[in-house]
Design a protein. Structure first.
Length: 228
């Protein structure tokens, strides 16, 4: 009788442990799924940018940003390995987890290979999606370590978005033109339009550089603006 009671208690104890484990697993599923989705998106970004960089080698974005995407993926993978060691680990290259990710890759690759402008637009779409999904993940993630990773990745994606959309370049060019204008003396400020019209600059953008090589005592507006 005692042995039967012991057996029943042991069975009940094991059943309770199994149920508790199942509940824990179910509770972690949303966070795990969001993490795997984000890892898949980092892999998409890396693979797509690398492929488009081979087609459009003149676009520096596709030469530099894949390295950052690889670091983003590794940060997520390190967390994943630590918290979900029982699940098969992903690699940066290889098949995507979700069919939707593969479909997105196929569409953006088909668009991006047609022209440099289309490739940059593909990059914009990836980064906008990444930022949107990171915001959603941050809204539902309580783990501080994972939140810190997501926050860093979002900051990186915002920089990548600026690079693909050209905002970074426009801001830098605007600053350079402002400096060039302010460097003029006595009405000799650099005016790219004036330089181009006078024919003294092969490229109006050179006007900014020309201010560094002003002709002393020449007094020519276009000469001061476009020398060099």
């Amino acid at each position: 009788m005692q042995s039967i009671r012991t057996l029943l208690l042991s069975t009940l104890f094991i059943t309770c442990l199994s149920l508790a484990g199942a509940q824990t697993s179910d509770a972690s599923t949303p966070a795990k799924d969001a993490l795997m989705q984000q890892m898949d998106e980092e892999r998409l970004a890396y693979q797509l940018y690398t492929a488009l960089g081979e087609i459009h080698p003149e676009l520096r974005q596709f030469q530099n940003i894949p390295r950052a995407e690889a670091r983003h993926f590794q940060a997520l993978k390190n967390y994943f390995v630590q918290n979900y060691p029982e699940i098969e680990q992903l690699e940066l290259e290889g098949d995507f987890i979700h069919p939707a990710t593969q479909a997105l890759y196929d569409r953006l690759y088909a668009e991006g290979k047609t022209s440099p402008a289309a490739a940059l637009h593909a990059g914009v779409q990836v980064e906008e999606l990444d930022i949107k999904d990171l915001n959603a993940a941050l809204a539902t993630t309580e783990d501080e370590a994972l939140r810190a990773i997501y926050t860093r990745l979002r900051a990186g994606s915002e920089k990548h978005l600026a690079a693909f959309s050209g905002k970074k370049g426009s801001q830098a060019k605007g600053k350079m033109n402002k400096q060039a204008t302010n460097s003029g003396k006595g009405g000799n400020a650099c005016d790219p339009a004036t330089c181009a019209n006078k024919g003294n600059c092969a490229n109006p953008d050179n006007c900014a550089k020309g201010n560094k090589n002003k002709s002393k005592g020449k007094g020519s507006k276009t000469g001061n603006c476009c020398a060099g």
